[in-house]
Design a protein around this ligand. Structure first.
Ligand code: ADP
Length: 723
């Protein structure tokens, strides 16, 4: 029978094929008998064909596989294939049990694959991932978490079972706010600093990187959690140490510097030439010491992000002229020619007057320091698109190419006999670079050894809005009594001398009690206050002064070596000045304060201290008096003492939130007319929207502080017109 012969041939053919495939193949007929069992299956299961062929599938002796077959052959069950991993002796085998149709009846086919090597590889990779110190979380393209290593479990307190196989965004796993979260990693790598308080206080650099296959196809992404708590804390300790030591050094220096200046100014009577020469040397060296300490403080402030910048429109030509003036005496002596060159129509730049001045002075002083006597130093400014570039060119020693790249790093000094002789710290340029970059500009150098150097910096042109901001002019209404509070009589005398020369009568107090009594008795126009007092904390005194009706309106200028501008502002200080005291700034501020008693008062309420600091600073430089509060309850407390002209209010705050404050202010006849501007970054609570309607305006965070100051100004002007 030719047909039979054909069938047999093709059967043998299929069998031969099955025998040679690398996969184990077993077919189970509808009645549960093994009808096909190839050589690979024999080898993988370790059962000879004679023991299984034609026998029931239980002869396979693999309970997991048998269970799946049983399930599949059972009538009325769903026909789906089922894959499982079985360990047989040394081997790891992946078995798939799938249904197939056998002449209209349901039968099963089992394929077996030897994954021993693959499994060993997988285990090894997992062991490697598990043993890295960094936490790893792996996501598939649908953001489903596919792997969490033990370090991630430990660092972020993540229970793998709660996340594996589920789609959870990374920011949620790390308890971050969605707005601070990561963009999809498909866009490239990102790094964020994440602070966790649970399960323990930790600072982590979290990095996300897309995972791509060889063709660049997106396979998901991996997040790396790197614990930097110790590094950051050591960095902070270092900064605090530097700042404490520097402050301690400033106290004695304040007196040394101040009194030498007075003697040299002839305040202690005539001095002869030799005395003048010796004192000038003392002065030069104390100035150097002050400079060094200021540099160290600047560095620690920049590194810890505590530097305050007052951005305002600056006339670069004015600043250059001012800086050149400061060097006139020096250059007269050294025979350097200082040439300022700035076009008349130069636009204003956006910058911090003191800080940009500091950069100019640093560059000019270097140009003089590192060039021979009689050379010329040009200070040129020009506009380049939306930037203004300032270049300081000297005809000095120049700088070799290899040194140029390193100049702007901390403590770097070119090693030569001349630089050694001149002396310096190598901090100046690195501070300049940080300041300019914080202000949105760049710095650079071009130089030819032996010929000279050009140091340049750029700053953004001030926007039109910024230019419109009125600059506060001191009203110059000097005169009247100033109460100077300082536990150190020498420093108090020094401040007295400075102010007396400007026509102020000075009353001094050395203790908190004395200060309060005198303030009530004398009612000075301004109080200067050092917060370090023997009989109590100066901040308490400040609070008391603000709590006492007779003294609450007297502006207080905190004069301190303890840098705590934020706290001073919150307690109601009108301004803040650091020691050693800069005579001219002291006089400018006191003059301004004497004229500012009528300045409108703004109450700033926000639990974010950075925002409060920023607004205090900005509003003050726009001519407002500022009172600050960190939550609603504090705001209500200050409202009992002062009657601000306007309230800037955050909504989400601890203790008492913004809605409650609005309600309280608007229902009290004494305060209901004070306009409120609400600042919010969050969704508005719809159920309390009618309360919000009582506020005059709403601004969304993030906002520009300058913009806000202008809005406040406009609102107050409107009120004045309408009243
Ligand atoms: P310092 O002057 O205190 O050493 P800086 O940071 O201001 O610190 O300068 C770093 C170094 O850069 C200097 O030590 C000097 O070697 C080099 N340098 C700076 N300005 C000039 C210049 N105009 N000409 C030549 N070298 C300069």
């Amino acid at each position: 029978m030719p047909q039979k012969a054909d069938e047999r041939r093709s059967f043998l053919h299929i069998r031969a094929l099955m025998a040679t495939t690398g996969e184990g193949l077993i077919a189970i007929g509808p009645d549960g008998d093994v009808i096909v069992f190839n050589e690979t299956a024999e080898e993988l299961l370790g059962v000879p064909r004679s023991k299984t062929s034609g026998k029931p599938y239980t002869s396979l002796q693999q309970p997991k596989i048998e269970e799946a077959v049983e399930h599949l052959l059972r009538p009325r069950t769903r026909k789906t294939s089922h894959t499982m991993r079985v360990v047989i002796g040394e081997r790891v085998v992946t078995a798939t049990v799938a249904p197939y149709d056998f002449a209209g009846r349901r039968a099963a086919v089992i394929t077996l694959r030897d994954d021993t090597v693959l499994e060993a590889d997988r285990r090894r990779s997992e062991a490697i991932l598990a043993s890295t110190g960094d936490g790893l979380i792996v996501f598939d393209p649908d953001d489903v978490v596919t792997y969490i290593n033990p370090a991630a479990t430990m660092l972020a307190g993540l229970m793998p079972s709660a996340f594996l196989g589920k789609s959870t965004p990374l920011w949620e796993m790390l308890a971050m706010m969605p707005e601070d979260g990561f963009a999809p990693a498909i866009d490239g790598s990102q790094v964020r600093e994440v602070r966790l308080e649970e399960p323990a206080h930790r600072i982590m650099d979290v990095r996300t990187d897309p995972v791509l296959d060889e063709q660049g196809g997106y396979l998901g992404y991996v997040a790396t959690l790197h614990d930097v708590t110790a590094e950051r804390e050591i960095g902070q300790m270092k900064n605090e140490f530097v700042s404490t030591v520097s402050h301690e050094l400033r106290t004695p220096l304040t007196s040394i510097k101040g009194y030498i200046d007075l003697i040299l100014d002839g305040e202690a009577g005539e001095i002869n030439e030799i005395q003048r020469e010796f004192l000038s040397i003392v002065k030069q060296n104390s100035d150097r010491l002050v400079e060094l300490i200021n540099d160290m403080l600047d560095i620690s402030r920049i590194e810890s992000g505590r530097i305050h910048l007052k951005i305002q429109p600056l006339d670069m030509s004015d600043l250059i002229a001012g800086a050149v003036d400061t060097f006139q005496a020096v250059s007269d002596q050294s025979g350097h020619k200082l040439v300022p060159k700035a076009p008349r129509d130069l636009p204003k730049v956006a910058g911090d007057r003191d800080r940009v001045g500091q950069v100019l002075v640093n560059f000019i002083s270097n140009a003089i320091k590192y060039s021979p006597e009689g050379g010329s130093v040009t200070v040129k400014a020009k506009q380049d698109g939306d930037m203004v570039i300032v270049a300081i060119t000297d005809q000095g020693i120049g700088i070799a190419k290899e040194d140029q790249a390193k100049l702007f790093t901390k403590f770097y000094r070119v090693d030569s006999s001349l630089t050694r002789e001149i002396g310096g710290t190598g901090l100046g340029l690195s501070i300049c670079k940080s300041i300019i970059e914080l202000l949105g500009g760049k710095v650079g150098v071009k130089s030819t050894p032996g010929k000279g150097s050009t140091f340049w910096f750029s700053l953004p042109v001030a926007s039109k809005d910024l230019v419109r901001t009125p600059e506060v002019e001191g009203p110059g209404a000097a005169g009247g009594t100033v109460l100077v509070v300082d536990r150190d009589p020498q420093v108090a005398n020094l401040v007295q001398t400075y102010l007396a020369k400007q026509g102020y009568d000075v009353v001094k107090a050395h203790t908190a009690r004395e200060a309060l009594t005198k303030a009530i008795a004398v009612r000075p126009r301004v109080i200067t206050l050092d917060v370090m007092l023997d009989d109590g904390d100066g901040f308490d005194l400040l609070q008391q002064l603000k709590d006492t009706p007779e003294t609450t309106d007297i502006p207080v200028l905190v004069l301190s070596i303890v840098c705590d501008e934020g706290r001073s502002c919150r307690l109601g200080a009108a301004d803040y000045l650091e020691k050693p005291i800069d005579k001219n700034r002291l006089i400018t501020i006191v003059d301004d304060l004497v004229g500012s008693v009528t300045a409108p008062v703004v109450l700033v309420v926000d639990d974010d201290r950075n925002i409060v600091d920023l607004l205090c600073h900005n509003l003050k430089s726009n001519g407002f008096s500022v009172v600050a509060a960190y939550d609603g309850a504090e705001a209500m407390a200050s409202l009992r003492k002062t009657h601000p002209d306007l309230i800037l209010l955050d909504l989400q705050m601890p203790v008492m939130d913004g809605y409650q404050v609005i309600e309280k202010v608007k229902t009290n006849p004494a305060t209901k007319d004070i306009p409120i501007v609400v600042m919010t970054a969050h969704q508005i609570d719809r159920s309390r929207i009618d309360i919000l309607g009582l506020a005059q305006q709403k601004v969304d965070k993030p906002f520009s502080a300058d913009d806000l100051a202008r809005r406040v100004e406009a609102l107050l002007e409107d009120m004045l017109v309408n009243s």
